[in-house]
Design a binder for this molecule. Structure first.
Ligand SMILES: [Zn+2]
Ligand SMILES: [Zn+2]
Ligand SMILES: [Zn+2]
Length: 369
């Protein structure tokens, strides 16, 4: 991705960047041509059909899934349907006979695993869904998370995520996301909770809020040295992809995936469940615009998204000031190498600054109505 004429020539970057949220994680940014040890992941020829006769998730085939847990609205022309996962990674029928022995500690694999058929149209992409629909979907995530937490006090975390494309782990083409309720907190959430707590103890500030402030400040205060006029400059690290009154989409300065984007509430909020319903519309619009940018720049990309929110349970109550919920969007544009999996050091061959610029400059307004 070359800059246009009036931008400074971009020099190849080769540096190890420390994740500001979880300093024990780092990423190697290596952008020089010929320095690309990675194999590109396939772009997906997206199945854009509205209805597929043989698809168990399409309207009219409801009897091919287990009975629905919830249907919105409750009629034949449903918009969103939640069903139990046929192959749950966790189930609530565990007899509870797990034995821990010495260093081999085991927790019963109880929990819940649900599939959210997130649109009736088989092959619709996120950015093609309406703002109203996405707003409904986020409201449904909140509802299900609240219900699941209430259903069993032993549950510590309810993870909402989406796999899109086989490289991202999706086995059914029909657009869907998943909800897994579990008795343990996923390690990456635990790391974020832990390190943001340490940061808060030291600086009396939320590290996520600090990052947002920094990104927005850089955006607002770039002046031309000669004329004194305000102008936007590219090379100082503008990481803001989208923003509105309540949310911001940021390209992390040190992220595992080249095109990774995080969406956060602008005002501090630890738990996604505390986000007022009135803000979900703004979240939906920002999410839709962000996904349209991704589609424009890396079309047909396979991706995951994860919702990271404060875990539940007494031991997490003290983290409300330090943790800040967010949505991580992780496009799979390359296949992780043995080096990355073995070392935990991910390699990014696109500089985050270049990625941010390309995403920000993508012309999406003609595609969104
Ligand atoms: Zn379908
Ligand atoms: Zn915060
Ligand atoms: Zn996170």
């Amino acid at each position: 991705m070359k800059g246009t004429n009036d931008e400074p020539e971009t020099r190849p970057v080769r540096e190890i960047r420390i994740n500001p949220i979880v300093p024990t994680e780092s990423v190697l940014v290596a952008t020089a041509r010929g320095m690309r040890p990675k194999e590109a992941e396939k772009r997906l020829e997206r199945d854009t059909r509205t209805v597929v006769e043989t698809c168990p998730f399409c309207r009219g085939n409801e009897e091919r899934t287990p009975p629905a847990i919830a249907v919105y609205p409750e009629e034949q022309e449903w918009e969103v349907r939640i069903v139990p996962n046929l192959y749950p990674v966790l189930g609530d029928d565990s007899p509870g006979t797990s034995l821990s022995f010495g260093l081999q500690q085991v927790i019963d694999g109880y929990g819940r695993h649900e599939v959210v058929i997130d649109h009736a149209h088989h092959g619709i992409a996120i950015h093609e869904m309406s703002r109203e629909h996405l707003s409904l979907l986020f409201g449904i995530y909140q509802q299900r998370m609240a219900d699941l937490y209430a259903s069993d006090p032993r549950l510590r975390y309810v993870l909402v995520f989406k796999n899109f494309g086989p490289a991202a782990g999706a086995s059914i083409a029909h657009t869907h996301s998943q909800i897994i309720a579990m008795p343990v907190v996923p390690e990456n959430v635990q790391n974020e909770v832990h390190h943001s707590h340490l940061y808060h103890r030291k600086y009396n500030q939320c590290v996520f809020c600090s990052l947002i402030d920094e990104a927005l400040t850089y955006e607002a205060t770039i002046y031309d040295r000669d004329s004194g006029e305000v102008r936007r400059k590219i090379d100082v690290g503008q990481y803001v992809i989208e923003r509105n009154d309540h949310f911001v989409a940021i390209k992390p300065f040190a992220s595992r995936f080249e095109w990774e984007i995080h969406i956060l509430p602008l005002h501090h909020e630890a738990d996604f469940l505390s986000t007022p319903e009135a803000h979900l519309d703004a979240l939906a619009e920002l999410f839709r615009r962000t996904m349209a940018r991704l589609d424009k720049v890396v079309g047909g990309v396979q991706y995951n998204f994860f919702l990271h929110s404060l875990p539940h349970g007494e031991e997490y109550e003290g983290h409300r000031q330090s943790y800040h919920w967010h949505l991580e969007i992780c496009p799979r544009t390359s296949i992780p190498t043995g080096f990355e999996l073995g070392s935990g050091l991910f390699v990014s061959t696109v500089s985050p600054e270049e990625a941010a610029r390309a995403l920000r400059e993508a012309d999406i307004d003609a595609d969104l109505d």
